[in-house]
Design a protein around this ligand. Structure first.
Ligand code: BEZ
Ligand code: FE
Length: 308
């Protein structure tokens, strides 16, 4: 009651006033987002009895997050990934028909504009990047029909646990490439067997992980964005089915439907790709795309480098 003429200043009054301050927002969605954000933020502070010192520490952490972020390092996305928010947003956005390949986190190491490569071409530019892997399969629709001309935009880390974009001295097209499917929906390329690696942990997110007793590791995987005209684009991974950390991915991005088996092959195997020497592995991975719905962009194959 405001009958005394004094301002209401209980915690609940402050929350109510901050929520009410957005009542005049003309955009209904923006109003909903801001009011809900304030309610949940205030609810968090109230529930834990947030102290002034803890609040100051949060501001210091957010400031450090801004300072460490640049064109090659995106600490805000890392917060979103490591708190499970990226995968929650992904789950809310992607209702797929049964059988369609599931999506997972994009991560901070995708760089648009990878080189277009031909069927079977190696994306290993720097020698000694790891055990060569012949990755092959087909892109299909949910009825099993092949999709010709689909694009696989692929990137991965090498045996040194790093993506090319993390090493300033790296060949920029090392371990990345874009491949088109043939008439029968087939694709193939030479990669390397991926290894587990830690997400960047030398900044605020890493400090949070070590302060809370969490590890920074991700299980071994290869990234792909698969696009085809008339189909939903899928941002996904192939996980090595026997990798460490499948049960404790630092970014909550593991989906068992994406587990695949790397088969060990010998140097004298007649199927050995010409660009490969010595031991190698192969990996079969079909991808199933869902049809785009009315109003969706339909995943038209464009060079993201040109549209960026
Ligand atoms: C990645 O898989 O590249 C990744 C995903 C989330 C955070 C860090 C790395
Ligand atoms: Fe990755």
């Amino acid at each position: 009651m405001a009958s005394t003429g004094t301002r209401k200043t209980t915690p609940a009054d402050i929350t109510a006033a901050a929520v009410a301050s957005f009542e005049g927002c003309a955009d209904p969605r923006l109003r909903e987002l801001m009011q809900s954000l304030v309610r949940h933020l205030h609810g968090f502070a109230t529930e834990v009895g947030l102290t002034e010192e803890e609040w100051r520490e949060m501001i210091v952490t957010l400031t450090a997050t801004g300072h460490i972020t640049d064109a090659r390092r995106q600490e805000f996305i890392l917060w979103s990934d490591s708190l499970g928010l990226s995968m929650l947003v992904d789950a809310l956005a992607h209702a797929l028909p049964p059988g369609a390949t599931e999506s997972t986190v994009l991560g901070p190491f995708y760089v648009p504009g990878a080189p277009q490569r031909s069927y079977g071409e190696s994306m290993v530019v720097e020698p000694g990047a790891g055990i060569p892997a012949w990755v092959y399969g087909r892109v299909l629709d949910v009825s099993g029909a092949p999709i010709a001309g689909a694009e696989l935009d692929v990137w991965q880390n090498g045996a040194d646990m790093l993506y090319a974009v993390q090493r300033p001295e790296a060949e920029e097209d090392h371990l990345r490439g874009r491949y088109l499917t043939r008439e029968d929906g087939s694709y193939a390329f030479v990669a390397v067997r991926p290894v587990p690696y830690p997400i960047p942990d030398d900044g605020p997110v890493g400090r949070m992980l070590s302060a809370t007793g969490r590890h920074p590791w991700r299980p071994a995987h290869i990234h792909m964005i698969v696009r085809a005209s008339g189909y939903k684009t899928v941002t996904t991974h192939v996980f090595d089915a026997v990798s460490e950390y499948l049960d404790s991915d630092a970014v909550f991005a593991v989906k068992p439907s994406l587990f695949r088996t790397f088969v060990e092959r010998s140097p004298d195997d007649p199927e050995r790709p010409p660009s490969v020497d010595g031991e190698w592995v192969s990996l079969e991975n079909d991808i199933v795309l869902a049809r785009a719905e009315d109003g969706e962009d339909g995943g038209a194959v464009v060079d993201p480098g040109r549209t960026a």
